[in-house]
Design a protein around this ligand. Structure first.
Ligand code: NI
Length: 134
């Protein structure tokens, strides 16, 4: 395990009270855990803006009867084959499919793939969840 550093933080009372209420609602056990997550999220956000390496999943649902949609989905996934690790396909019902696409690569490319899927006619919903790849 890496070394743990401790540091003091000075905050105005209303700010720490609001923070404590917020993290209690999210069921954090202590401030350290909440602050750790905030720092990680901020560093991940920085990666997005700077195009760093990320790993994550794109989850999408679509109507596979929509004209040419399946072939368009395959085309775009082949365009991004270098960042797609795996794809899981689930037939939800007669009309709808769920796809979970695991990705790893440059943040800007992951965003491009996600947006490219989202804008296709027949795609109902796309959500992107990412973590740092390091
Ligand atoms: Ni299907």
């Amino acid at each position: 395990m890496s070394d743990v550093y401790r540091f003091g933080v000075s905050l105005e009372k209303p700010l720490i009270e609001a923070f404590d209420l917020h993290i209690k609602a999210q069921q954090y056990r202590n401030r350290s855990e909440a602050i750790r997550d905030l720092i990680r999220e901020e560093l991940l956000r920085k990666k997005w803006t700077e195009g760093g390496s990320v790993a994550g999943a794109i989850i999408m649902t679509y109507d596979h009867h929509k004209r040419e949609l399946v072939s368009k989905l395959l085309d775009i996934q082949h365009d991004f084959h270098d960042i797609i690790i795996s794809t899981q396909h689930v037939h939800l019902d007669h009309d709808h499919c769920l796809e979970v696409i695991a990705v790893k690569g440059n943040a800007a490319d992951v965003e491009k793939l996600s947006t490219g899927l989202k804008v296709l006619v027949g795609v109902k919903h796309v959500s992107l969840s990412v973590s740092s790849a390091e």
